[in-house]
Design a protein around this ligand. Structure first.
Ligand SMILES: Nc1nc2c(ncn2[C@@H]2O[C@H](COP(=O)(O)OP(=O)(O)OP(=O)(O)O)[C@@H](O)[C@H]2O)c(=O)[nH]1
Ligand SMILES: [Mg+2]
Length: 218
């Protein structure tokens, strides 16, 4: 009887665990975002911004929500480290791409990298959230400006592809209509990882989206 009740209790209180990947260019604010999440949701606060250096490899963090555990993987964004991101794609349930909305000079570099993430077949069915970070800065682009900037960049890329013979290779084997759909349904949210603005809203988005789109386990 005890074992039966214990089993029932475990069943009723069990928590499903989901993995969230945080990627984006170096300096975008990924680790600052993760550490702020830890501070907001855990008893032990995350690192303060002045203690955070560039990530070489990865950082992890875990938070507990009702019936759910979110496990975060924050990967280094420096050019030489980006080529390991894909190794995490098979095991993640959501992807957060952080863009520095305050750094206009690196936006196209960011879009080039974001575009490859958006087109990666391994994470095609996985919820993808674009975070426009550093909204506390007065020069920062707004959510709408960020979305428009990406769409403009994408249009320019498509036009230049049409003019060149590389067109057929764009997006690998990803169908153009699938790409368009993914871009059209893309959610963009503004945050300030340093101040914490918008961070809870981003976590709420992740919580809902991982519940609704459980990966079909193979
Ligand atoms: N103003 C402002 N600065 C921020 C914000 N978030 C991060 N930063 C600053 O941006 C710089 C880079 O932050 P990190 O969190 O280390 O960036 P990262 O994306 O983890 O970078 P890598 O680990 O190299 O990939 C630091 O100086 C942060 O203090 C923000 O919301 N507002
Ligand atoms: Mg980092």
């Amino acid at each position: 009887m005890y074992h039966l009740l214990k089993g029932l209790h475990e069943y009723l209180t069990r928590k499903e665990e989901f993995t969230v990947l945080i990627i984006g260019l170096d300096g975008a604010g990924k680790t600052t975002f993760l550490e702020k999440i830890k501070t907001l949701y855990n008893d032990v606060p995350g690192l303060s911004p002045d203690k955070i250096g560039p990530t070489v490899g990865q950082n992890t963090g875990k938070i507990t929500l009702p019936s759910t555990i979110l496990q975060f993987w924050d990967l280094g964004g420096q050019r030489g480290i980006r080529n390991i991101w894909h190794r995490y794609y098979d095991d993640c349930h959501a992807v957060v791409f952080v863009i520095d909305a305050d750094d206009r000079e690196r936006l196209s570099e960011g879009w080039e990298v974001f575009d490859a993430v958006l087109s990666a077949p391994q994470i095609l069915g996985v919820p993808l959230l674009l975070l426009a970070n550093k909204q506390d800065s007065p020069q920062s682009l707004s959510v709408e400006e960020i979305r428009n900037d990406y769409e403009d960049w994408h249009q320019r890329k498509m036009s230049s592809m049409r003019r060149s013979s590389f067109h057929a290779n764009y997006g690998g084997d990803l169908d153009a209509s699938v790409r368009r759909e993914r871009i059209a349904s893309l959610d963009v949210m503004g945050i300030s990882a340093i101040e914490g603005t918008g961070v809870r809203e981003a976590v709420d988005w992740l919580f809902l989206r991982v519940q609704n789109s459980r990966r079909v386990e193979s």
